[in-house]
Write a protein that binds this ligand. Structure first.
Ligand code: ADP
Ligand code: MG
Length: 364
């Protein structure tokens, strides 16, 4: 396993008595050398505060931050040698592109000839060689953000921090830039800490994702694991789509929980943190993991769940089905185009899923 480049140890942050508690409540986190670690979470969950403490723009109220084993909590930003990219590009408008990228080198006293070489190299990394003489205002949003990235990398920092760097771009450009950042990270072996509230972006980019909520990390794992085995109901709800059906644990058998859904049916699920028999729980099942047949459930045996199709919405590459489940329940199903006959609107449907894909969580 790669060694830790950055280590947060028992870090807490309150912005003063008026701010109402901790922005970061408890943080123990390692960033490994060469990884792209994403901080993912809703607005206000403490992602930017975490990044700002590492960059040196905010001081932790408690705890230590180590960079290459050195405590940097009291070191000013420019002495940390960390590259930072923000959502607003923060390029200097009165300077040329080359002067912008050269700026961190100038501050560090790098000689002029060496500066020119390194600026050229940084511009070619972001595929903007030949743009050095232009002004930022002559570039598109995506190009400006690539310049900001070149400026953050030009002095070869041990780690580059990016706070919602693509937030201002439209969807197509954002996706293109995601692949570009990922490629840069892989090609150069850069260590990156990336902040986003966009779960799709986090899944696309990351080696590991730290899911934040209320100033705490609720799960830290590679994207696939976050998606397929969420550690709690919050992560299950925040990353990807999930049906969340309330119910009660009836019992546990051979590693599975028997759950009575409030809408009637009894189903099997993998117990995550749902507790002993009698506990209230939330059953989570992804829309793409539910099989649908256009028949009465009773014709398929006792494990099929009775449902009624309310609505089928064509989405191009798939169909979304909204179904009534049991008494008063509702479930969303995603079905690939060409996946067999659909139920009729208002007509009977039978649902089934593999118990391995259903997760039982503690009800919040
Ligand atoms: P995120 O980046 O996940 O949206 P932030 O780290 O910006 O979250 O904010 C976490 C919490 O700290 C929020 O409740 C926010 O209002 C508060 N906060 C952030 N910056 C400041 C500040 N400079 N002064 C006071 N409170 C702040
Ligand atoms: Mg933020």
């Amino acid at each position: 396993m790669a060694e830790a480049l950055v280590r947060f140890e028992g870090v807490r942050k309150a912005y003063g008595p008026a701010s109402g508690g901790y922005a970061v409540r408890q943080l123990d986190l390692e960033v490994r050398r060469g990884e792209l670690l994403t901080l993912l979470g809703p607005s206000g969950s403490g992602k930017t505060t975490t990044l700002m403490m590492l960059a040196g723009f905010e001081l932790p109220s408690e705890g230590r931050i180590l960079l290459e084993g050195r405590d940097i909590a009291r070191l000013p930003p420019h002495k940390r040698g960390i590259g930072v990219v923000f959502q607003s590009y923060a390029l200097f408008p009165h300077m040329s592109v080359a002067e912008n990228v050269a700026f961190p080198l100038e501050v560090r006293g790098v000689a002029k000839a060496e500066r020119a070489t390194r600026v050229q190299r940084a511009l070619s990394m972001v595929r903007l060689e030949g743009f050095g003489d232009r002004r930022p205002s002559q570039l598109s949003g995506g190009q400006q953000q690539r310049i900001a990235l070149a400026r953050a990398m030009v002095f070869e920092p041990p780690i580059v921090l990016l706070d919602e760097p693509l937030g201002a771009l439209d969807k197509a450009l954002r996706e293109e830039m995601q692949y570009e950042i990922r490629a840069l990270h892989q090609r150069l072996g850069l260590t990156m800490m990336y902040v986003t509230h966009d779960q799709q972006e986090a899944l696309t980019l990351s080696d590991r994702i730290a899911v934040f909520e209320g100033g705490l990390i609720r799960q830290l794992a590679p994207p696939r694991q976050i998606y397929e085995t969420p550690a709690n109901a919050f992560v299950a709800g925040f990353v990807g789509e999930n049906n969340r059906l309330p119910g009660r644990v009836l019992g546990l058998e051979e590693g599975l929980a028997r759950v009575a859904l409030d809408c009637g049916p009894e189903v099997w699920a993998r117990p995550v943190d749902s507790g002993p028999a009698g506990s209230r729980c939330l059953l989570a099942i992804r829309p793409e993991r539910v099989a649908v047949a256009p028949v009465e459930a009773s014709t398929l045996g006792e494990d099929a769940l009775p449902a009624v199709l309310r609505e089928a919405i064509f989405q191009g590459d798939h169909v979304r089905l909204r179904l009534g489940l049991g008494e008063g329940g509702e479930i969303l199903v995603k079905r690939a185009i060409g996946g067999g006959q659909l139920p009729e609107p208002g007509g009977p449907a039978a649902l089934a899923w593999d118990a391995e894909h259903a997760h039982a969580f503690a009800a919040a």
